[in-house]
Design a binder for this molecule. Sequence first.
Ligand SMILES: O=C(O)C[C@H]1NC(=O)NC1=O
Length: 243
Amino acid sequence: KRIIQVINPNTSRAMTATIGAAARAVAAADTEILAVCPGQGVPSIEGHFDEAIAAIGVLEQVKAGRAQGVCGHVIACFGDPGLLAARELAQGPVVGIAEAAMHMATLVATRFSIVTTLPRTLIIARHLLQQYGFEHHCAALHAIDLPVLALEDGSGLAQEKVRQRCIQAMREDGSGAIVLGCGGMADLAQDLTRELGLPVIDGVTAAVKMVESLVALGLGTSKHGDLAFPLKKNLSGQFESLS
Ligand SMILES: O=C(O)C[C@H]1NC(=O)NC1=O
């Protein structure tokens, strides 16, 4: 059995459970999913400040995962916080859910739309589109204008807002696919794909299958060049455990 570590970078246990369940639903029979979140940090990630805090927790979890012998890692937050830093630490592949969903969308459609949570996080998705080279593939970005944890409040309101936004995007954007812009939306993609009749793509499940593929191809993170293990130095205080 191979183990894939799925890291929810925020500290919400309910969202970690949602993410873990979605990952297990698509994992191969010989893949075990280890769904984790940082013991300390930020309960939801809704901006640049939150991302900076969450990145430290991602690195701590990657280090712990390596010690447990995982074969690869998923960063299950749509901002892909700490992605390149995590790749320096990791031996196996590290895939963020934004890059995974975006890559998958480009394989099934010429353009895609993104539906995420708060408007202030749209700039983070825009930056990732530029960083990954997908800005010309993304027709539009939308926010449901609800906080991330509204997805875990049990009311179903956020889920209904996501559904409405996806229907609007399908009608107005001229996109062939829709990318769900939050790890907490992972359980919505299959039903929305079926109901709307176009690919609605979740990054958690996309990333799990990409890590499985990379591992099957013998592709770990390249240690030749800038993703080599970090230079050895004395880390102090709370960072000592990351040495
Ligand atoms: O940026 C967002 O809205 C979603 C992002 N925040 C979070 O805590 N998990 C996520 O996937």
